[in-house]
Ligand binder design. Structure first.
Ligand SMILES: [Zn+2]
Length: 193
């Protein structure tokens, strides 16, 4: 059945982290055709539901902030994929998004009491902060070295490389990988002709 959720998963979203999905929400189909999922309210709803984010507002200013964050995340992914760290510009923009009011609350869990940080307001700004925070989780763990951008320049899909040697070049062997092989074979044929 074709539901918004299914479309979300069929396109390969919902795998690595919220920040990866937002960065990939500007999607190229491998032949250079671009789809902007941010302008699709159903994609946004599926994205929010999958990652259990705070409600994303639909207004113009909210869309603008998502677009801005997406640009920062794409740049961050490019740097990570090239084996570099983030620049001061990206860090300051991320810190700006992360700067949302929160408060502490005492909660009783099975193993005792603890203080938890909760949002002062669980709104669109909080959702943006959650997305930005998911990048900091990638940066803090081993995963920063596994961020890749598909080598097909007409695709540029950001993905997480699960291989030991970090050798995965294409988002998908059958589509982008295969296209690259066909291209190479054609070029070789031309040379030998
Ligand atoms: Zn690809």
């Amino acid at each position: 059945m074709k539901t918004p959720q299914n479309v979300f998963y069929a396109h390969g979203f919902g795998k690595a982290a919220p920040w990866v999905d937002l960065a990939n929400s500007e999607e190229w189909d491998g032949f250079g055709k671009r789809t902007d999922h941010l302008s699709d309210p159903e994609w946004l709803a599926a994205f929010q539901k999958h990652w259990k984010l705070a409600p994303l507002s639909h207004g113009k200013s909210s869309r603008l902030r998502l677009l801005k964050l997406r640009a920062v995340l794409r740049r961050a992914a490019q740097k990570l994929a090239a084996g570099h760290g983030l620049g001061a510009g990206e860090i300051s923009k991320l810190n700006h998004v992360l700067n949302v009011p929160m408060r502490q609350r005492l909660v009783q869990r099975q193993n005792g009491w603890r203080a938890e940080l909760v949002p002062a307001k669980r709104d669109g700004n909080w959702a943006l902060a959650e997305i930005a925070a998911s990048l900091t989780q990638t940066l803090a763990g081993q995963d920063a070295q596994r961020v890749r951008i598909c080598a097909n320049v007409d695709c540029r899909w950001i993905f997480h490389d699960p291989t030991k040697g970090g050798t995965k070049r294409w988002c998908n062997e059958r589509t982008c990988g295969n296209r690259a092989r066909v291209r190479r074979a054609r070029a070789a044929q031309k040379r030998s002709a």
